[in-house]
Write a protein that binds this ligand. Structure first.
Ligand SMILES: NC(=O)C[C@H](N)C(=O)O
Length: 373
């Protein structure tokens, strides 16, 4: 049956509309296809971040005689270019370059090493062509170096410190995946502004409160406050963020620090003698890793009061692995003009005290700094 004019007109309008809709759909589809192809372009086609690896030695650069030697090896043997060559997948996540700053086991780090490394990190972080920095480091003092960097390097670019518990020559060596995780995190924009990070055993820790707590397994690093997140197959999953001051929000700047004052640690125990404290009488500060809540033996109190009277700052930390030292609990800190280290273990308290003493020798200012960092 022939359709009437009106019907024909409406029919053609419908056809026009349908054609327009299908053309629009086709062009929309093409546009979407183009966007998707750009988004899923092969990794090499996307511009990748530039990450610099500063190598300092440690077990991650270690070598053992056989694959069974996971604990018997020599640290600080493998140069940075071989570390990078050993993980070809790094080029999938970043444009990587390497510098050999030192080649030492980290138990041999000194204050001079800390300053040299931090100044290099600071200089690199100021270069527009550098998007992130990875520091490979021995695990023994990794936490101290990472904390020093987070206190003194003014950048929001990701800085990630990484090590390994087994040499690359061992079965189930952990260094390669640790390095891949570290570069992935340093290349990840979501890692910006979180302070210096430590990646070990797939976890991402804050440099502030991570410590090596076990000395012969690959999950050697822990924080009593937990990891910030995890890195799995090159992707970071965050669950927490730091609340203490660091990097851009720090009042300390490595570009203005050329030396560090003497601060040493006394490890307290039943019958600890006064000589352990008097040995450091010329220091700017003595950290006591005290029993329990940072307690001080009654025979040691007058020794510390005498040292304080000579200008030595007394800082009470605890040898207990978890918890934090409360001011005036069991010890009259206000009366004796002592400082408490808050939740910092003695080795971290020493780093913070050295940095703080480059700016102040006032015990009330020191206490503020221990609350805030
Ligand atoms: N796993 C390690 O890296 C231990 C070594 N002693 C170091 O700190 O350099």
């Amino acid at each position: 049956m022939q359709a009437s004019f009106t019907e024909e007109k409406s029919l053609s309008l419908r056809r026009l509309g349908a054609r327009a809709v299908s053309r629009y759909t086709q062009s929309l589809g093409a546009a979407l296809l183009l966007c998707c192809s750009l988004l899923t372009a092969p990794v090499w086609a996307q511009s990748k971040p530039n990450i610099v690896i500063l190598a300092t030695g440690g077990t991650i650069a270690g070598a053992g005689a056989t694959a069974a030697n996971s604990a018997t090896y020599q640290a600080a043997k493998v140069p940075v270019d071989k570390l990078i060559a050993g993980v070809p997948e790094l080029k999938d996540v970043a444009n990587v370059s390497g510098e050999q700053v030192f080649q030492i086991a980290s138990e041999s780090f000194t204050n001079a090493h800390l300053i040299t490394l931090a100044k290099r990190v600071s200089a690199l972080s100021k270069q527009p062509g550098v998007d992130g920095i990875v520091v490979t480091h021995g695990t023994d003092t990794l936490e101290e170096t990472a904390f020093f960097l987070t206190l003194t390097v003014h950048t929001d670019k990701p800085i990630v410190v990484v090590g390994s518990m087994r040499p690359g020559t061992a079965m189930s060596a952990d260094g390669m995946l640790n390095l891949y995780n570290a570069v992935s995190v340093a290349a990840n924009p979501t890692a910006k502004g979180k302070g210096v990070l430590v990646t070990m055993n797939d976890q991402i820790f804050s440099a502030r409160d991570v410590s090596k707590t076990i000395n012969i397994v690959t999950n050697a690093f822990n924080s009593q406050w937990g990891a910030l997140g995890m890195n799995v197959e090159g992707k970071a999953y965050w669950f927490r963020a730091p609340v203490k001051r660091h990097t851009m929000n720090s009042e300390f700047d490595i570009d203005k620090i050329d030396s560090l004052p003497d601060v040493d640690i006394v490890y307290a125990y039943g019958s600890v003698p006064p000589t352990a404290y008097e040995a450091f009488a010329k220091d700017k500060a003595i950290i006591q890793a005290g029993t329990g809540n940072g307690s001080v033996a009654d025979r040691i109190v007058p020794v510390l009061q005498s040292l304080r009277a000579k200008g030595v700052q007394i800082i009470r930390a605890a040898r207990v692995p978890e918890g934090f030292v409360l001011r005036n609990s069991e010890q009259p800190d206000d009366k004796y003009d002592w400082v408490v280290a808050h939740d910092h273990k003695a080795q971290k308290a020493r780093i913070l005290a050295m940095v703080a003493l480059t700016k102040t020798n006032d015990s009330k200012e020191l206490q503020r700094i221990f609350w805030e960092y």
